[in-house]
Design a protein around this ligand. Sequence first.
Ligand code: GDP
Length: 478
Amino acid sequence: ETISIGELAKELKKQPKDIIMKLMNLGVMATLNQDIDFETAEMIAIEYGISVSKKLTEEEIEEKRYNFEDRPEDLTKRAPVVTVMGHVDHGKTSLLDAIRNTSVTTGEAGGITQHIGASEVSLKGEKIVFLDTPGHEAFTTLRARGAKVTDIAILVVAADDGVMPQTIEAIDHAKAAGVPIIVAVNKIDKANANPDRVKQELADRGLLIEEWGGDVISVEVSAIKNIGIDTLLEMVLLVAEMLELKANPKRPALGTILEAKVEKGRGPVATVLIENGTLRVGDPVAAGATHGRVRAMFNSHGKTIKQAGPASAVEITGLNDVPTAGDKFYATEEERHARAMAEKRQAELRVSTLRKTPHISLEDLFNQISQGQIKDLNIIVKADAHGSVEALKTSLNKITNEEVRVNVIHANVGTITESDILLASASNAIIIGFNVRPSAVVASLAENEGVELKTYRIIYEAISDVEAAMKGMLAPIY
Ligand code: GDP
């Protein structure tokens, strides 16, 4: 078993070049990406007065094994995972209901869909997984916890209402995540529906649908009258085809916890989205700080199943405690490995409650640029007036130097919200507020997430602060 110099450096919190020097002193010539054996690694650690021993690595070896690259010949096509987003009351929930109802397959007809956090539907034998909690907040919360589960976003826009503030948020959240959007223009059954206006407004917002010469697919639907739902699903499959989604069913399962709770008589119950590999009843598993063996497994129709492959949403029992939504999930070969991983996570959590891991900040920007840690400075702009939003966005987007480029990932009129903080956390962005202030709740969320939030009353000051920070010349705050 081996470890690369880079990984060892990270583990010991030393510079790789120092490790390489130490190795040279031991008579070992090595480069950054080279693997060395554990005996040698241990000697280096001892040199630094750190006792690593084999214990350092058991769970790490395990984790590495589960993050290994799949061999191309083991990869097969997998189903897409879809999130529905859009403004409140535009019909997200109704659309999800319509989708579930149209695609109930014969075997499951009459069966009640269980709420497990995700549903699997099928169209012409092709599967699609829908996350049951609609909205960009849920999507970005998972992302802020490091889980990237969504492949495609369906943006619902009501044809009688048009593009609204949360429509814009949803667009920016999906774009920040690099997730392709399919537009569902909903409520076309209504007398005052105006789909053309919706498309025009989307174009104004930089989301160019096909009719406007762009590459974003849009479908006119009515969730209530069941119009266009099949076409929408076909478009999802089309986009999925272009994404060439693949997974390796032969490896042990790897996924993300979507929901978890305790149920009387069943103990901890968790919904897992299996992203890769195959999960079987009896497999030892770790989920965040919890572990156990899969005792029973159910699909979204409540049916007992023995195994589930990539892109499946399943409910499992058998964990020793309730994991958190967004936790990473691993099946392991041996139970002790699962336990070791859970214990490591517990230890990390204990440390992280004491010492938060901050995201980017203006004060630290230059440092991070110099170390080559960042190439993009992501900024979210919130202001009290449309004119200020545009002025800030335009000026900030122009700021650039050789090392780093400013990217305004979201800019909108209004106060700073929890959803802005989550987006900043998920995208390592800072938030600039102009003539707007966060509420106490939002400010404390920002602190918990380690997100920097700066408010200004003069546009010029905001811009010159960012410029100065990029050059490492920001005046220190006393
Ligand atoms: P959400 O807040 O985005 O989840 O929206 P809902 O699904 O709760 O829908 C909000 C309202 O719009 C409800 O009263 C729905 O009945 C109605 N609605 C949803 N889709 C349609 C539709 O296609 N046509 C019509 N006429 N009403 C709809």
